[in-house]
Design a protein around this ligand. Structure first.
Ligand code: ADP
Length: 589
């Protein structure tokens, strides 16, 4: 540093050279054009001292300050507070933009839009719009409007507004707004008025959004901040600073670059930059993140670990569920197939069982069919004889025809019953008359076993409760089985005089059917095994009849029981069946 202080009169200085660093926004040339007037004016006020202006960009200017290469700087408010914070620069004067203006409220920005844009009336309308600005670190070119938008809860960093940086000169902003490339643009305060005055821009072409003009002489969309600062470096001697300040204040203020006033309060600038977390408060941005990380990392790590564990657990559960579901579905399919096969087997067995009963009764069947056939033959032969002897009367022919018809119908009836009973078909439930169903099976039995004891049907069912909801063929199979067993029991006891009784009555809202015989009955120990498959006491018996009857009755929601009658010999088998119509619904399986 070549400063040699020379005490003495104001306006004189002992330094051989005063180096002033000037922020050059738009290249050295334009800065030189702008500020050379100040250089020469100061030179005049500081005779014997070489006043040199160094035009530098932001980074260059800061480097020069750090290296001690400049004694003073002239820079914008934002940059000044950054250098003040980082390098201890001290402002000695603040620029006034217009004569007589308060230097505290010199700098601001105007957001302009085309006049016809009715949708844009205030800064709040910029949400979702494009906004042209010069450069990202421009004080009045971007930062002051960014801060103003943020105050209104519109944050360009969150994408609420799309900035469009055009660079310098600032007239590019006007071009962008004019062409529609951008919805709005940021101009340094008073530039629009200046251009209108010059005739470069028509007066009614643009509007300023959220215009306020309290303290500034022009329309501003932002608050106003102190003007550019003239600041002394930390190492600059106070005396030199004082001398330069006096020189500055004594300049004639016919030109803006010569218009300097007492140093303004830059606190609002600090506040504004702090709110944006930009230089010199950019540390807040990092700090915020770092602090959060430092403070919350154990929670974050725990959370991530828990999340991973949860994911693993969920994955494992999913895999298990998937595996189990597959197993279950395979088991269900297998079970379904098994059930279908059991059902088919059961149906086959029931069918075989029906055939088996018919088979057991078939030895008597031959005899039963033989009887009508023999009668038919007799009548036919008698007719032939009478015809040969010439004694054939009309009456005899009529009677013979009648008998032949009756006997053949009887034989056909037996065969029809057998065919109906032995047919193969799937299970089906239907409403049918209990008495009629019993009558049919008794007729079939009688047709097949003419020598069977008398069968008495005792129907005690009330008229309105005669309908049952059953698989008719299955229940007839049960009845035929019980009748055959009763017949066998009568034969074993050589009992022919007493009848087999079939009693129909209601009990517990069901129909009860009992078949009672007068056979030898059954010993208590045998009765326990009565319904076991293959239990038989007959030499040619299979022992399957009752076990099948039991499963049929149970499928109808009832129970097949054998009891010794209280009024004498024999055995009584009984079972219950569901009523038809309303009652059967509850009892269907
Ligand atoms: P099967 O008639 O082929 O022997 P069942 O299952 O129909 O087969 O009958 C099993 C056994 O129950 C018979 O062998 C007989 O001992 C006994 N039984 C069935 N009904 C009667 C009855 N009404 N009186 C006495 N014993 C009977």
């Amino acid at each position: 540093m070549l400063c040699l202080l020379m005490a003495g009169m104001p306006g004189s200085v002992a330094a051989a050279e005063v180096r002033i660093g000037v922020l050059a926004w738009f290249g050295n040339h334009s800065a030189q054009m702008h500020w050379h007037g100040l250089g020469s004016a100061l030179q005049k006020r500081l005779p014997g001292v070489g006043v040199s202006l160094l035009y530098l960009d932001m980074v260059g200017l800061e480097k020069a300050v750090a290296a001690g290469d400049v004694d003073f700087i002239i820079t914008n408010p934002g940059h000044y507070v950054a250098l003040e914070a980082r390098h201890g620069m001290t402002r000695i004067a603040t620029q006034k933009i217009t004569p007589g203006q308060d230097s505290e409220f010199a700098v601001g920005s105007a957001v302009i839009v085309r006049t016809e844009r009715a949708d844009l009336q205030s800064l709040d309308d910029l949400r979702g719009k494009r906004l042209a600005a010069t450069v990202e670190d421009g004080f009045s070119g971007w930062l002051v409007i960014w801060a103003e938008l943020k105050r209104r809860d519109i944050d360009p960093e969150e994408g609420d507004v799309t900035p469009l940086f055009t660079g310098f000169p600032m007239t590019r902003i006007i071009d962008a707004v004019d062409s529609g490339e951008s919805d709005a643009g940021i101009l340094r305060g008073c530039l629009l008025e200046h251009l209108i005055r010059q005739g470069a821009v028509p007066a009614d072409r643009y509007r300023v959004l959220s215009a306020r003009d309290e303290r500034a002489s022009c329309l501003m969309s932002s608050p106003t901040y102190p003007g550019w600062a003239f600041a002394a470096a930390r190492q600059t001697p106070e005396e030199l600073a004082r001398t330069v300040l006096i020189a500055l204040l004594s300049l004639k203020d016919n030109d803006a670059v010569l218009r300097w006033g007492v140093p303004a309060d830059y606190y609002p600038v600090h506040e504004m930059l702090r709110s944006l977390h930009v230089v010199p408060y950019d540390f807040l941005r990092e700090h915020r993140l770092e602090v959060q990380i430092r403070r919350y990392w154990p929670i974050a790590v725990t959370f991530v670990v828990l999340l991973l564990l949860w994911l693993l657990y969920t994955l494992r559960v999913e895999v298990l569920v998937l595996r189990r579901s597959r197993e279950l579905s395979a088991a269900l399919t297998a079970r379904q197939a098994l059930e279908e096969s059991i059902e088919t087997q059961r149906q086959k067995m029931e069918h075989l069982s029906r055939l088996s009963i018919l088979g057991e009764l078939s030895c008597t069947l031959a005899h039963e069919l033989n009887q009508p056939l023999a009668t038919i033959g007799n009548y036919a032969r008698s007719l032939t004889r009478r015809l040969q002897s010439g004694k054939l009367s009309e009456d005899a022919v009529g009677q013979a025809a009648h008998e032949i018809t009756e006997q053949s119908e009887r034989a056909a009836g037996i065969l029809l019953g057998i065919r109906d009973f032995s047919r193969k078909r799937a299970r089906q439930r239907e409403d049918c008359d209990a008495g009629k169903m019993v009558g049919e099976i008794v007729a079939l039995f009688r047709g097949m076993v003419a020598r069977a004891p008398a069968i008495r049907i005792v129907d005690r069912l009330p008229a309105e409760q005669k309908t049952i909801h059953v698989d008719r063929l299955q229940i007839q199979q049960v009845l035929l089985n019980l009748l055959k067993n009763a017949y066998d029991a009568h034969s074993a006891a050589e009992q022919t005089s007493l009848p087999i009784d079939i009693i129909l009555e209601t009990t517990d809202e069901r129909v009860r059917i009992a078949v009672r015989d007068h056979g030898p009955g059954l010993a208590i120990e045998d009765r326990a095994r009565l319904f076991e498959p293959f239990f038989t006491t007959k030499p040619d018996g299979m022992g399957l009849g009752l076990s099948i009857c039991k499963s049929i009755v149970e499928a109808h929601g009832g129970q097949l029981v054998a009891e010794s009658p209280t009024d004498g010999d024999g055995l009584s088998f009984s079972f219950t069946l569901p009523h038809g119509s309303s009652l059967h619904d509850q009892q269907q399986d």
